[in-house]
Ligand binder design. Structure first.
Ligand code: ZN
Ligand code: ZN
Length: 324
């Protein structure tokens, strides 16, 4: 199994992302992998476990803060997650071997089975795309969000909005009857500016989600005076969510725009892959379309989601946690 990881590429390190933020991503990826395990969705589970192991072993271990003494405890946690992921992948291997695979298309099962096939693993971006677009287990699931929750968030954010400061929140929830249901709006501690918003204290956020068994399904933020779109900073934030959950959504509330509410996700393959390899930070120009030579070239960077259902009746309930 170790040899497999050595050949799988990971996403490049972004040293401006803190170790804490990376840990939150790894924790969330693991929560989602566990959920796939409960569903018996081996393909998605294996894909996420593979990503956790490669992210820790190939990317995060190169982080400049990784070797600092004060981070010893975080490093221990990263190593634990990588070990858990590898251990589970080793358990899955015989299960995948036993599962009859009638699909013509390459699946993660083949990837795990064919450890010796260099060609298969050399470009795991292509591999993942094949997986996500064709295997039935990878079908996009519908996400339900209560419309009222968006208005509740807007009123929570109102004070900041008046002061031209952005507010952000995490959309968390559960899987119910093959639907992803947003059941919680969590407003973490944060610092907001006129054109960006940064979550703080991911530890507290994860502790709450862990206690309540809530998976991260996306995020929401306001644009007090800007139009309804995803800035380059937003696109990078969203990539870290969508890398874990393909259905993850980004909701923008822009009171001054005629569109007012936008529900977006990055194109995949396309905007997601471009963003994951982009090493720039802060606001920087991103082309409107994926440039030539990149996977998914010519596609829009992000688009309006068509897998989200806004619920207006009382068929779903939601809670609000304001941690500020
Ligand atoms: Zn924004
Ligand atoms: Zn970028």
């Amino acid at each position: 199994m170790q040899r497999l990881f050595e050949r799988v590429e990971s996403i490049p390190l972004n040293p401006y992302i803190s170790l804490r933020r990376y840990l939150y991503s790894v924790q969330q990826a693991y929560v989602h992998a566990k959920q796939y395990q409960r569903e018996g969705n081996l393909e998605r589970e294996a894909l996420l476990l593979l990503r956790i192991a490669t992210l820790v072993q190939k990317t995060i271990s190169k982080h400049p803060d990784y070797v600092k003494v004060q981070n010893a405890n975080i490093v221990k946690e990263f190593r634990l997650y990588a070990q858990l992921a590898i251990k589970r992948l080793e358990e899955i291997k015989p299960l995948i071997d036993a599962k009859e695979n009638t699909s013509e298309t390459l699946t993660i099962a083949n990837a795990v089975q064919e450890e010796s096939s260099q060609a298969v693993l050399q470009n795991n971006v292509h591999l993942e795309n094949d997986l996500l677009s064709s295997a039935p287990a990878m079908k996009t699931r519908t996400m339900q969000v209560h419309e009222e929750m968006l208005f509740v968030f807007e009123s929570i954010a109102q004070k900041n909005t008046k002061n031209n400061k952005e507010t952000c929140g995490v959309l968390a929830g559960v899987l119910q009857n093959h639907l992803l249901v947003v059941t919680s709006l969590i407003v973490p501690k944060q610092t907001g500016m006129s054109d960006s918003c940064e979550m703080l204290n991911e530890e507290e956020l994860f502790a709450l989600q862990d206690k309540k068994n809530l998976m991260t399904l996306g995020w929401i933020h306001t644009h007090p005076q800007h139009p309804c779109f995803l800035s380059s900073v937003d696109v990078h934030t969203h990539a870290s969510f969508q890398w874990i959950l393909p259905e993850a959504i980004a909701i923008v509330i822009a009171p001054t725009d005629r569109q007012r509410i936008g529900i977006f996700s990055l194109t995949h393959p396309g905007g997601l892959e471009y963003t994951l390899q982009c090493q720039q930070r802060g606001h920087h120009p991103h082309p409107e379309h994926v440039p030539k030579g990149f996977i998914g070239e010519g596609k829009l960077f992000y688009e309006n989601c068509n897998h989200v259902e806004l619920v207006r009746d009382h068929s779903i309930r939601y809670e609000v946690y304001d941690l500020r």
